[in-house]
Design a protein around this ligand. Sequence first.
Ligand SMILES: C[S@@+](CC[C@H](N)C(=O)[O-])C[C@H]1O[C@@H](n2cnc3c(N)ncnc32)[C@H](O)[C@@H]1O
Length: 236
Amino acid sequence: MEKQEKIIEMFNQIAPTYDKANRVLSFGVDISWRKNACSLVLENYKNSSIDIVDVACGTGDMMGIWQSMASELGVKINSITGVDPSTGMLEVAKEKFKDFTFITAMADNTGLEDQSADIISISYGIRNVIARNEALKEFNRVLKPGGYVVVLEFTKRNNSGFIPKIRDFYLSKILPKIGGFISKNEEAYTYLPSSIENFLDKKSFCDELREAGFEVQICKGYSFDVSTLFIAKKVK
Ligand SMILES: C[S@@+](CC[C@H](N)C(=O)[O-])C[C@H]1O[C@@H](n2cnc3c(N)ncnc32)[C@H](O)[C@@H]1O
């Protein structure tokens, strides 16, 4: 099996326990990272009607947050579309969010129309996309001029201070045990730290966004840089 297919199959296997493991492993903190990301972008769309696409939507958590933050901030939503190649993850998402549209597709070939979205988000997903540069170009194609791409991700670190060491210890030693216990699939939760290690640092990912035609407006670490938020605007 190709590497990308293996990753998707792994998400199919852990899909039924994904939400439970996620909340336990992040101590629920991911919800505040997600809310903050959504509200920073939605501020630009007060009193407008917008179309949102969430790529690598998984079980749909980010889509739910887009909906609740938009109603809190007075932004009208025309559509929220989730895209993911894992049928297992989408099955859980469809059960949770009956009104949203879902597409079974990869990030680099969504099948969406040119200039059809105001916002494209991808939370904790871009690390899993092998054809990353093609995916960023696809986001640019699907976004309307001036639209935003919003990325939440665990980025690779360059420094080796005390907090990074604790994070790395948690990710490599504790998380695979707890995630493995909940999902009965320790291998999947060993993949997480190695996928972060194989991903980019903040600066290199900003460079890739720029190369794909975006202007990076926010590149911000949360909770001692455990999670990073990138907000970039389509400029060409
Ligand atoms: C860690 S989960 C994140 C799910 C969700 N966005 C969240 O925040 O909980 C990563 C997701 O990326 C999806 N994925 C893996 N490869 C992908 C690809 N090439 N294109 C799009 N999504 C992909 C997986 O199926 C999985 O649902």
